[in-house]
Ligand binder design. Sequence first.
Ligand code: ATP
Ligand code: MG
Length: 392
Amino acid sequence: MKRFILVHYGEIGLKGSNLQYFVKKLQKMIREKLQKKFKKTFNPRHILGRFMIPLVGKFEEKDYIEVLKRIPGLHNFQFVYEGGIELEKLGKDIWKNLGKLAKDESLKTFVVRVKRAQALPHSSCDFEAKLGAVLLQNGIEKKVKLKNADLEINVECFNEHGYFSYKKYNGLSGMPSNSGSKLVCMISGGIDSPVAAYRMIRRGARVIFVHFSGYPYTDAEEVEHVKELVDILSGYQFYTKLYIVPFGKIQKKIATTLEIPGKLRVVLYRRMMLRISEVISKKNAARGIVTGDSYGQVASQTPENMFAIHEASKIPLYQPLISYDKEDIIKIAEEIGTFEISKLPCKDTCSMFSPKHPELKATAKDAQAAEKHLDVEGLVAAAVEETEVVTY
Ligand code: ATP
Ligand code: MG
């Protein structure tokens, strides 16, 4: 019996005349990620608002699940059999392929769910009841339960076939990768910024990464750590780039300029990071900067300090985690596979040259006054000049 992966997309289904644009992006992502994993050709076909991917020969569902679970824009998917469209034939096909499930005693209840995209002699409800009756006649030892059944048999009728499966998997949802404009994400080695990047990738933004390394005052391990994080995140989109900016000299300059109050350092570091990110953003025609800030989480994230930091640039800032609790951020980091790396101890730029008691209510005026003692433009230009780019 022919097998397919049947994929439904989510939110893009609400698009009007530009639906095809989003469909093509999703199609490309599905095709390329499967080809990369299995080293053979795949042709996801778009049929009546869903994708059908033919499966040839033996296959391991779990290998496919691993790929499809990481594709934004994908609402759900199932490994379907191509059954007949007539009641009798379809009922038999479903029964025949139930295999071990028919006898599985942990599955005490079942339901048949039918969706149609072609005209049929019965309504979907009618079809569901009749297919259920066929299974009962054949001896399925389970009770019918309409809500939360242990075994949900999904049937979709189109193209003169009833495509059925015994399990539906949830996808990531969101929007297809690279369907939106570019954004630059400031990524540290911490827990939050990789999650922030992921949330924006999941909305379709193509995220370009910028990391400020403590070089020459930190070791190579810090950068390796960030490269690993970006490698994981690159699995969710195409064409990933990471800019590594040596930031140690700027930090040292700020920390050793006697006229600059120690309390203001963190705010000044962040203002410099933002300015450099803005230059990189312009170079890439990106439309904004993403950070992993969460309201009130650490000293740099009081509204006063964020106000003073953001004042240094004109570009829109995206802070997708602004209202998230730390535990919710950690949960996502675990799901996407970044937590294990982020939680490793690492000497980073933030811990270097940081004051014991940072200002909690800095003002833009204080920051500007302090920056009078720095060659801001020169420092920004030199850091941009020394930037290294890694592509994935
Ligand atoms: P994270 O877990 O992402 O490190 P955090 O809660 O530790 O965040 P901060 O260290 O104050 O908070 O950083 C706030 C945001 O500033 C980060 O989420 C990130 O977007 C950006 N940022 C901080 N340090 C760096 C860095 N070294 N390189 C790039 N971006 C950074
Ligand atoms: Mg941090």
